[in-house]
Design a binder for this molecule. Structure first.
Ligand SMILES: Cc1ncc(COP(=O)(O)O)c(C=O)c1O
Length: 434
């Protein structure tokens, strides 16, 4: 690094310090966000350093992040994308690739998924002409069970695509075993659960493919961003091709003959020697990211352990502080897991003498941010009114979640003082309804 760049970055770090908000926490005035990015002076300096280099497309930092993140997540390959939703789209679309031959998913094939969750876990199933089979969840863990997944398997079922709910894992070891027994392809949506373990193993390492989001609400952020991870090298090539316009060539931007036979291919009915850079083996997208995003990802990755520890600490403080409050169903970690929590989920007992809406309004009025368990029961959302899907069993708990559940934050930007104020506020509200 030149002396001049070092001076600029030093100034950037000072600027960051000067802009710090030292007003302290004022109950009822300071916003207690449910989630948000936690950015320090190194993050700001990394963004500026990337900008000074004018690395405006994916390059050195992207490759470095991909290999560091793959290592951290226990997978052989990681491919950056512009969002977690794009990562999900790529993961499911990859499973439809003709290169998978007999194993490929075909239109009309079924994919088992969960009814209560985020829409873009499910959308790629529909977008690829596949049929979602919705299963219900358990209250308190907000995840489905291996038993429900097993019951949902039918003659056309070919894959399973499930998210670990708000950091808490589904019974992924047992579901992976089912996938094995029934020759199903398993995709883990790990967007909300980076760092979570199940039976001592990192989630995201059980399935064929796993996806992550780097939107500011998530465990690590790049502003916008996501990732597809796999240890299956053939699938990794397919993901890369689909992400990069569908091309067959795997040269990085700025490279042109990595395979040393750029003009030596004959594919389809193209003339022999057609430039490999312009041979397309998939009907692809462009879902790439930039080096500015990756540069931020790298400095965020340095703090992952600290972030996960803070999320666990904050969740435990809320759990202990609210343990004696009546009428609230508090969350529970899935048996055998150590979740790296995304949020703290509360279901208001349907028999409670108050409604969820009243409690949420009380908290929001005190600047305590709340969120829903995303879409609730997706089959009730207008977007899916004309979609083809199958429901396995019933969706009773997904309906309860739609009507009675919300979540509050545990992200590392929250202080003990804030969490104690949240606990005090909820206790006060419920106490006033005895
Ligand atoms: C479980 C889950 N999957 C996918 C996504 C989509 O990620 P992104 O916002 O980066 O598109 C989210 C978003 O929060 C999510 O919670």
């Amino acid at each position: 690094m030149s002396e001049r760049v070092a001076r600029i970055l030093d100034e950037v770090r000072k600027y960051h310090q000067d802009r710090r908000d030292d007003r302290g926490f004022v109950p009822g005035v300071t916003e207690i966000w449910p989630s948000g990015a936690v950015l320090d002076e190194e993050d700001r300096a990394a963004l500026v350093a990337a900008a000074l280099d004018m690395r405006i497309a994916a390059g050195f930092a992207s490759r470095k992040f991909e290999s560091a993140f793959a290592r951290r997540m226990g997978r052989r390959k990681a491919h950056l994308t512009n969002s977690g939703s794009s990562a999900n789209l790529l993961a499911i679309t990859a499973l439809t690739s003709p290169q998978l031959e007999d194993r490929r998913l075909r239109p009309g094939d079924e994919v088992i998924t969960v009814a209560a969750g985020f829409p873009t876990t499910v959308n790629p199933i529909l977008q690829n002409g596949l049929v979602p089979v919705f299963v219900d969840i358990d209250l308190r863990t907000y995840n489905t069970t291996a038993e429900r997944v097993e019951k949902a398997i039918g003659p056309r079922t070919r894959a399973i695509m499930i998210a670990h709910a708000l950091g808490n894992p589904f019974e992924v070891a047992e579901v992976a075993q089912l996938a094995d027994e029934h020759d199903l392809l398993l995709v883990e949506d790990t967007c909300d659960a980076v760092g979570t373990t199940y039976r001592g193993q990192l989630v995201g390492t059980f399935g064929e493919l796993t996806t992550v989001s780097f939107y500011p609400a998530h465990h690590l952020t790049m502003g916008e961003g996501g990732c597809v991870l796999t240890s299956n090298l053939a699938l990794a090539r397919i993901v890369e091709s689909l992400r990069d316009w569908g091309r067959d060539c795997w040269c990085e931007p700025g490279e042109s003959d990595t395979c040393r036979k750029r003009f030596g291919y004959q594919m389809g009915t193209l003339p022999a020697g057609y430039d490999h850079k312009y041979i397309f083996s998939h009907v692809g997208y462009n879902l790439k990211t930039t080096d500015l995003q990756a540069a931020l990802g790298l400095t965020q990755l340095d703090k992952l352990d600290e972030f996960c520890a803070a999320r666990r600490r904050n969740w435990r403080r809320l759990r202990e502080g609210l343990a004696e409050v009546p009428w609230l169903m508090l969350p529970e970690a899935t048996a055998g897991s150590d979740p790296s929590w995304f949020g703290f989920v509360i279901t208001v007992d349907p028999e409670a003498p108050f409604e969820r809406a009243e409690l949420v309004a009380f908290l929001e009025n005190r600047k305590i941010g709340t969120r829903r368990l995303f879409a609730g029961n997706l089959t009730r959302q207008p977007a899916y009114a004309e979609s083809e899907f199958r429901i396995s069993g019933d969706l009773t708990n997904s309906d309860i979640v739609t009507e009675h559940t919300f979540w509050i934050g545990v992200y590392p930007g929250l202080t003990e003082e804030m969490i104690d104020y949240v606990i005090g506020s909820i206790t006060e509200f419920v106490g006033s309804h005895r």
